[in-house]
Ligand binder design. Structure first.
Ligand SMILES: [Fe+2]
Length: 250
């Protein structure tokens, strides 16, 4: 596949390496005999963007076509949104938001988009429409500590324009998790929010792959969500990258 933008190249490179690391990466989840456990909800917190950045795509490491990327351990965060039976949920909007490498959100109460203590190259927020197989994908940074919390990424999932789940995910094995008040309050179900950040095979730049599969706690009806027009391009970008990989595995 030629003429991919740099943005798509990154994604394609990730998809290729992820496929090398996991033969099942593109397999369709299918229906499971046993019901899955719904991903537990967690508080939204005070820093959901009060003003969305101009760029809200699923590459948080690069804002629009800026040359300088964000600082941090580049992480390919991906997974599948399914229902309790493991059926993929297509056209669900997944949003993430998190602090930059200095611990600042893009919220105006935390310095704002152009605050002096922010990495102006980190998007801080992104969204993605799940593909037909329920998959989503973000390029972001490994979350870092900020006062009072263990490292985390906020996640929200919408169906049919309505918020279906608000939660957070964490670095599996991080010692700071045990001291986090919100994790302690959630108790045992917090294990479903733990994500392994693994080195991406063949990545010379030390990039990471993190898989967070999301199970929505409902049994779906027969209808499908209506895609939001301004997010259609995100979904197409994923499918384009996937197609490119299948056509040209080199
Ligand atoms: Fe937070």
């Amino acid at each position: 596949m030629k003429n991919l933008s740099c943005h798509e190249c990154h994604r394609r490179d990730f998809l290729r390496r992820a496929a090398l690391g996991s033969a099942a990466f593109f397999s369709t989840p299918g229906a499971f005999a046993e019901a899955l456990t719904a991903t537990p909800a967690m508080t939204e917190g005070p820093f959901y963007p009060d003003k969305l950045p101009l760029d809200t795509d699923n590459d948080l490491v690069r804002i629009n076509d800026e040359i300088t990327p964000a600082i941090g351990a580049i992480t390919h965060l991906h997974g599948t949104v399914t229902d309790l039976k493991g059926n993929p949920v297509p056209n669900a909007r997944v949003e993430i938001w998190q602090v930059d490498h200095m611990g600042a959100y893009i919220h105006s109460k935390d310095g704002g988009l152009n605050g002096p203590k922010r990495d102006g190259n980190f998007q801080g927020f992104g969204r993605f429409m799940t593909a037909r197989d329920g998959r989503y994908y973000f390029r972001t940074i490994k979350p870092v500590l900020y006062p009072g919390r263990t490292p985390h990424i906020h996640v929200a999932v919408y169906r049919k324009g309505k918020r279906a789940l608000t939660t957070q995910c964490f670095i599996d094995g991080d010692q700071r998790n045990a001291k986090d008040g919100l994790i302690k309050r959630l108790g045992d179900p917090a294990k479903h929010l733990m994500v392994q950040f693994k080195p991406l095979p063949e990545s010379k730049a030390g990039e990471l792959s993190a898989e967070f599969n999301i199970v929505l706690g409902f049994t779906p009806d027969d209808g499908h969500d209506e895609p939001l027009p301004n997010l259609e391009s995100d979904r197409m970008t994923y499918e384009k990258a996937k197609k490119a990989l299948e056509e040209d595995p080199e």
